[in-house]
Design a protein. Structure first.
Length: 288
């Protein structure tokens, strides 16, 4: 157990707030102006934490906080005078029982995902399949780069192989039969693989579902990676996002597909240590 003095943990909490403010502050301002963002809003709507929750720092297990009485209002924190007068720490065993089920599922999912090779040939076609043969695209205020007919032609010219249920469930009815698999929620442990952009973005989801066990620095690391992955996800989509400052990755071309696969491989590699650290967070509770 490492005890941080008050100045140290307050500095860490402030550094965490400052790090994520580059995304939370602009999001608040856009929301105030009622100005939607087709790329970044996803990180605050599909994923449930509010900006204030993302900004909240936690030390994680194994860390005591001198003069940390303010943390006692949060679940799982206890006073531990054996570490020093007024020291507060997170006690995993003091968390509500529901955390055990969450940690067990997340650990099983992440270890199963890590054990599989990364599949790098989906080329982000899930976004194309979400607008295939429909007159109501998800981002109706953003034009399609190739138009509706051109978008449909791309889907029909390439194999669609999406393994992520939460992407597949937004496929249009016409696109669903074109997918090589039909992933259901119950298939998540069997199908999730580390090359999937949505599986990498979801590391942020698992990180916040484990809060307060998740150290603030790990939560921010997962969120920062999710931002980059989301940007590639939408740059490779059928939408023209040039007006928002996002140049296209044209996966309808061999060059674009090669660019996408290289970025996908890089994200998969960068996700490895984050996935490992999240498994350790789960173990801190399951072994308590």
């Amino acid at each position: 157990m490492h005890v941080l003095d008050e100045a140290d943990w307050r500095a860490r909490a402030a550094a965490h707030r400052d790090r994520v403010a580059r995304w939370t502050d602009p999001h608040r301002e856009r929301r105030r102006r009622r100005e939607p963002h087709p790329v970044l809003d996803f990180l605050f709507t599909y994923y449930s934490p509010r900006p204030a929750q993302l900004e909240q720092w936690h030390p994680g297990p194994g860390v005591g906080l001198a003069a940390g009485a303010g943390f006692l209002t949060r679940p799982g924190y206890v006073r531990d005078d054996a570490l020093g007068d007024g020291v507060v720490r997170l006690d995993p065993a003091a968390l509500p029982e529901r955390y055990h089920g969450t940690a067990a599922f997340v650990r099983a999912l992440l270890t199963a995902t890590a054990a599989r090779p990364a599949r790098l040939s989906c080329f982000g076609l899930h976004e194309w399949a979400m607008v295939y043969r429909t007159e109501a695209p998800r981002h109706d205020a953003v034009p399609l780069r190739l138009g509706a007919a051109g978008t449909d032609a791309v889907v029909e010219s390439l194999p669609v192989h999406c393994t992520h249920h939460d992407a597949f469930r937004f496929f249009t009815d016409a696109a669903r039969p074109r997918n090589a698999v039909q992933p259901a929620r119950a298939d998540q442990l069997a199908l999730e693989q580390p090359g999937c952009l949505h599986a990498t973005m979801d590391l942020y989801k698992w990180a916040y579902k484990l809060v307060p066990l998740t150290p603030g620095e790990l939560l921010a690391d997962c969120f920062a990676l999710a931002v980059e992955v989301r940007e590639l996800d939408m740059r490779a989509s059928p939408y023209d996002l040039s007006a928002h400052g996002y140049p296209a990755v044209p996966i309808e071309t061999p060059t674009g597909r090669a660019t996408y696969a290289r970025a996908q491989a890089d994200f998969a590699a960068r996700a490895v240590p984050l996935r490992r650290r999240l498994v350790e967070v789960c173990d801190s509770l399951l072994g308590a």
